[in-house]
Design a protein around this ligand. Sequence first.
Ligand code: AMP
Ligand code: ZN
Length: 462
Amino acid sequence: MSLRLYNSLTRRVEPFAPLDPGRVTMYVCGPTVYHYVHIGNARPYVVFGLLARLLRRRYPQVIYARNITDVDDKINAAAVAAGVPIAAVTDRYAAAFREDMAKLGADAPDVEPAATAHIGEIIAMCEALIASGHAYAAEGHVLFNVASFPDYGRLSGRSTGELLAGARVEVAPYKKNPADFVLWKPSTPELPGWDSPWGRGRPGWHIECSAMAAAHLGDTIDIHAGGVDLVCPHHENEIAQSTCAHGGKTFARFWLHNGMLTFEGRKMSKSLGNVLQLHELLQKHPPEVLRFLLLKAHYRQPLDWSDAALKQARATLDGWYGVLRDLAGVDPAFGDAANEVEAALCDDLNTPEAFAALARRADEARRAVSPEAQRNAKGALLACGRWLGLLQQDPEAWFRQRAGADIDSAKVESLIEARRAARAARDFARADAIREELAAMGVAIEDGPQGTRWRVATRQAG
Ligand code: AMP
Ligand code: ZN
């Protein structure tokens, strides 16, 4: 099973082979931690986390770096507004980010570098770029000299002129060329800053990623990933800085980009004001429902988030967990069924195909009659689910969970027992009244051969 990935740099699906199979490297641009992230921000970490999972299965050592951008003008503004140092803002939201990623089952990185812990490397990279004529200092700033890098624009396939027309580049008197971008900028006394050869200042965003990638992964990395909105200018600038700082060596061999998550047809973004915070969604929905939706569409496609899609995801998972619950007493036999999911993922992370395989396994498990068929089918369903980070909970717990509102299970159990006693005494009016009481608590019950089961009733999405 060979791994094939779409490389944004060549615009083709290519067989993936690492530079050094003994040490595979991947860098994913991390969040800027000035607030809770939105559900769109979670997409790259769930998707490329799955890629890390796939790589870890195939290679003995994978180093996956996902940084934390903890110095940035938006962070500075948030800290000033709250009257606290930036670390008070960034520590809080970085912790919330990690917690929420863990809930979503996003595979953890091996290293999580923070920009503020790499100021020395950032300054050294600026110095190297100045020494080699790729950057210059002016009025407390250091700027990258775009004209010194003829390959600028290759990733996005645009010329410098087109890039300038498309992006709102800042025209400033200290720039030699309007396309030149900031590597270092001066800080006023109220703003966070570090001493440097150019005075007290702070780094630009792009150089942070170049410096952190080099510090942890080396001059040339196998995979660099992030959202497609970062292609230009962030990734163009990372390529320019790293290539020029490292004597022309290739920076990243494979560039992967996820499509944008949209909400009501528009890109979800804080600046458009149409965001759904991951933190809040996790209070209303089981994390697995969110994970399901983030992975169901192919990662390069746009993904439209909606209440209807959430409801559908919940219903599909209810169906699959229902199959597992019906097979609760069956010992799963694990064969090689999960290969099907792995093969789909090896095809440029074809999660729609992986989900189709999962659905087929669930159907087989639903139809299995003989004990052997049931054992195999249950094992296959669980193994396929494990690949995608789904279906690993106790089915009873799945049906009982209700994010945000805990149901008093002891009370539910005692009402079910009281109903059983009422039915045994043929007091059906009382039994019905208890059913109503349970329904009012948000609990649905089902009578079956193994007794009465309960679950949280499907709620209106929202
Ligand atoms: P930021 O904190 O804005 O740098 O974003 C963190 C990550 O989320 C980056 O990889 C972005 O490309 C990605 N991202 C931002 N908005 C969206 C969106 N609406 N859909 C998918 N990914 C996004
Ligand atoms: Zn980056």
